[in-house]
Ligand binder design. Sequence first.
Ligand code: GUN
Length: 294
Amino acid sequence: MAEIIDGKAFAARVRAQVAEGVVALAERGIVPGLAVVLVGEDPASQVYVRSKGKLTIEVGMRSFEHRLPETTSEAELLNLIGKLNADPAVNGILVQLPLPDHLKSDMVINAIDPAKDVDGFHISNVGLLATGQKAMVPCTPLGCLMMLRDHLGSLAGLEAVVLGRSNIVGKPMAQLLLGDSCTVTVAHSRTRDLQQVCRRADILVAAVGRPQMVPGDWIKPGATVIDVGINRVVQEGGTRLVGDVDFDSAAAVAGAITPVPGGVGPMTIACLLANTLTATCRAHDLPEPQGLTA
Ligand code: GUN
């Protein structure tokens, strides 16, 4: 039976470390500020934004929430981003995705000052990460990397398979694993013989958004499995959250596995707060927090 990697406890430790960093900055009169912009009424986004605001305050940072109506124009949104870019009290800016259809998310994200882009989605941060330079790194893959390093120590030479090629998780995850000297394969829905590809992996990161798609017989015995999926499925009259991995059969084969819920999920906001602390330190030319960056 695999060891269960407790993301909830790990995320609490990361937030405690961020809170320590915030206390150290307070001695210099600096309070990190995170601005979150939510356009429209998407219910899942409202839940995320509320818990982001709460945890931001809990670690001692300032939280700025901007809730804009669904009908907000591109010019209005870009105007707000311009103001947040120029505001020295704001060290991190996050525009909650998805945006309403009439707003082009690429253009909106690329209007954010890359130094304040705590999501790591700006084209400059994508390029910096891909070329092994100091970047803001997307929160979910950063959280996965932290858990892998914590569990495995050095990742050098390990076979890593990333299932999924999204800009938010799969691609940056592959870059981070390469940065830690893994041999990286990015597999996806069109990959031939997915089972054999996955079975090579010492590290398997599943980020495809397909409920319980990876069964135990796709997993190499002893592998470390990171399940990024959060899928709501109807079951026995109610609904339940499941990952991209079939937990029960995978846990019988893997060496370690993250559960859903309580695995990668809580790490994402913890890493957002870590990124906000990192951005604040960089903005003031102070040393970066240890262990909270790639
Ligand atoms: N929507 C779902 N996840 C995310 C995320 O990590 N960042 C942003 N900006 N929007 C999201």
